[in-house]
Design a protein around this ligand. Structure first.
Ligand code: FAD
Length: 389
């Protein structure tokens, strides 16, 4: 049986980044990863700390031409409710940044991560994990071809239904919202000027994020029983709905991708490290796509995991315990913060509407508060010297 210091289980964006980071930190690393058959049509907005991290891994250079800078983030209340919040605009220049980050198409990002693997010693095991066990010295993962691999540390990045999380007996709280998100990309007449706008509707966010040229991606929240209706509409009607949803801010829209649909739900594990295992990315946490937080949080998991692995190289139980402690605050605040915000959009309960609109209006009009929120949203944990452009 082959033995590795670190075995990453799951080759999504978080797992692939984790494997590269472990290799870079000098660990003998393997990853259990099967290339997805279906192309992920989503794009992901990543903030500067995540970009710096991908840069250190050698990935940024491979993909930067396909990304677009995010210089201003806007929130516009697009509900028809009695109480609506004022528009809020967050320019990155206000906190001394040239851009908050960049928007990446997911599929090319995954391809870039795979390409970077070729330049490392990482062993890619083209399989699925089917079982897991551990004793004091090592963890053993059984593969779906019946073979087994052992490792000192396991980074479980096998997504929301994580097998490893279940096998190591970490429970998770999961809840849904009766919402789905349609994702697509589209061309538009006017320049987006590197502005991303999150329109808040009664069904959730309707978020345009810039791509290179006069193109953008869209995350469009719908009710969970509306998927068939929207996916079967003629393109011309969808183009019109996209333009209307954006209040014609970018002019006529021309959808240039397939439409994909994702159910929206939240998940938080009751702990993030146990035994030989550290939970990474959606194996540990998931929430609706508001404020572009999911993968940014997942990459911060990876950064902390590397710290703990380095400090406790031959002591997996201590490494996992330390990781659990260090990740708690960040994961809890993001998961419950986004959950609460999403709920305030869905409810028609007047007092909640008042609080939401009051909070957004305050953030939009009080400069120090706005700057604080911008730093919290986009720059958690970034060393001061990296915060200015
Ligand atoms: C519509 C939408 C828009 C989003 N936009 C943003 C954004 O702008 N910014 C942002 O930061 N985040 C965003 N997110 C969140 C982001 O997409 C996720 O956080 C991220 O994709 C999760 O990656 P992951 O690697 O943790 O999980 P996954 O992508 O689910 O990867 C898990 C991997 O593990 C594999 N796997 C599962 N079981 C096994 C097994 N037993 N053995 C081996 N492998 C296994 C799977 O095949 C998969 O490859 C968005 C999410 C949605 C739904």
């Amino acid at each position: 049986m082959k033995h590795f210091e670190i075995l990453v289980v799951g080759g999504g964006l978080a797992g692939m980044s984790a494997a590269l980071a472990c290799d870079k930190a000098g660990f003998k690393t393997a990853i259990i990863a099967k290339k997805p058959v279906k192309i992920d049509g989503r794009t992901t907005a990543l903030f500067m700390p995540s970009i710096d991290f991908l840069d250190e891994l050698g990935v940024w250079e491979k993909i930067k031409d396909q990304t677009s800078a995010l210089k201003t983030m806007r929130i516009l209340d697009s509900t028809n409710r009695l109480i609506r919040s004022r528009p809020a605009s967050f320019p990155s220049s206000e906190i001394g940044l040239e851009a908050f980050g960049y928007n990446f198409p997911n599929h090319p990002l995954l391809e870039a991560l795979y390409a970077q693997m070729d330049e490392t010693e990482i062993e890619i095991i083209d399989s699925f994990a089917s079982d897991y066990s551990e004793d004091a010295d090592q963890a053993i993962v059984t593969l779906d071809n019946g073979e087994s691999v052992s490792a000192t540390h396991i980074l479980a990045s096998d997504g929301r239904n994580s097998l490893i999380r279940q096998k190591v007996d970490i429970s998770a709280n999961m809840w849904g919202y009766k919402q789905k998100a349609i994702v697509l990309t589209f061309a538009h007449k006017f320049s987006h000027q590197n502005i991303s706008t999150e329109f808040h509707t009664e069904k959730g966010p309707f978020t345009q994020v810039p791509l290179p040229g006069k193109r953008s991606s869209l995350v469009w929240a719908i009710k969970d029983d509306e998927e068939d209706y929207f996916l079967n509409l003629p393109k011309s009607e969808l183009n019109m709905l996209v333009e209307q949803g954006l209040h014609s801010t970018l002019g006529p829209a021309e959808i240039d991708s397939d439409l994909q649909c994702f159910p929206l739900s939240s998940l938080i594990a009751t702990r993030f490290g146990k035994g030989h295992v550290m939970l990474i990315g959606e194996a540990a946490h998931a929430f609706p796509p508001i404020g572009a937080q999911g993968l940014n949080l997942g990459l911060r998991d990876v950064m902390t995991a590397i710290e703990c692995l380095t400090a406790h190289r031959n002591a997996p139980i201590q490494a996992a315990q330390s990781y659990d402690r260090k990740r708690r605050a960040d994961i809890h605040t993001r998961t419950f913060g986004i959950d609460m915000f999403n709920r305030t959009l869905l409810t028609s309960f007047l007092p909640v509407q008042l609080i939401r609109s009051g909070a957004i209006s305050a953030i939009s009009s009080i400069a120090p508060l706005r700057q604080f929120v911008m730093r919290q949203g986009a720059l958690p944990g970034v060393p001061k010297e990296k915060q200015s452009a």
